[in-house]
Write a protein that binds this ligand. Structure first.
Ligand code: 5GP
Length: 123
C-alpha cells in the first residue's frame, strides 16, 4: 500500500518540526526562512498541501488569492510594505526544494540602505 509522506512544511504546520511561526490562520502559516536570502525572508505556506503551482486546480483559486492577501498583510505588519519581492519557485530546475507550494517574501529593513528599489533586484 502506498503511503503519502507529509511534506516538511506539513510537519511544521503540525508542530512536528519547530519553526518561527509569525502568522497563522485557518488556511495558512507564515514562518521565517531557516536560511534567509535577504534581511527579511518569510514563507507563506498553505495548510492545504499542493506540491507545485502547476498542480493547483481552479478549485484552489481562493486559497491562492488568500496567500497573496496574507503576504501583503504580513509585509505591512513587519514594516516592509513599501518594498518587497514575492518569489514562487515552481519545479526543481527553478530552484524549488520543498514540494509544498509556498511564497517567499523577500525584503530589506526599513530605513536601511538595503531598503531601496535599486537594491531589490539582487535578492
Ligand atoms: P524553495 O527552494 O522550495 O522555493 O524554498 C524552500 C525554502 O524553505 C528555502 O528557502 C529553505 O531555506 C526553506 N527551508 C527548508 N527547510 C526549512 C526548515 O526546516 N525550516 C524553515 N523555516 N525553512 C526551511
Amino acid at each position: 500500500m502506498s503511503e503519502t509522506i507529509p511534506s516538511l512544511f506539513m510537519r511544521i504546520i503540525n508542530r512536528e518540526i519547530p519553526a518561527e511561526i509569525l502568522y497563522e490562520d485557518e488556511l495558512c502559516i507564515v514562518i521565517n526562512d531557516i536560511a534567509p536570502q535577504a534581511p527579511v525572508h518569510m514563507l507563506v505556506i498553505p495548510k492545504q498541501e499542493i506540491a507545485r503551482l502547476v498542480d493547483a486546480a481552479h478549485s484552489d483559486q481562493s486559497i491562492l488569492g488568500h496567500l497573496l492577501l496574507v503576504a501583503g498583510e504580513v509585509a505591512r505588519q513587519f514594516g516592509v510594505d513599501d518594498a518587497f519581492r514575492l518569489v514562487l519557485n515552481n519545479g526543481a530546475d527553478a530552484g524549488q526544494t520543498v514540494f509544498h507550494l509556498h511564497l517567499h517574501i523577500l525584503a530589506g529593513v526599513k530605513g536601511s540602505k538595503e531598503f531601496s528599489e535599486a537594491n531589490i533586484g539582487s535578492w
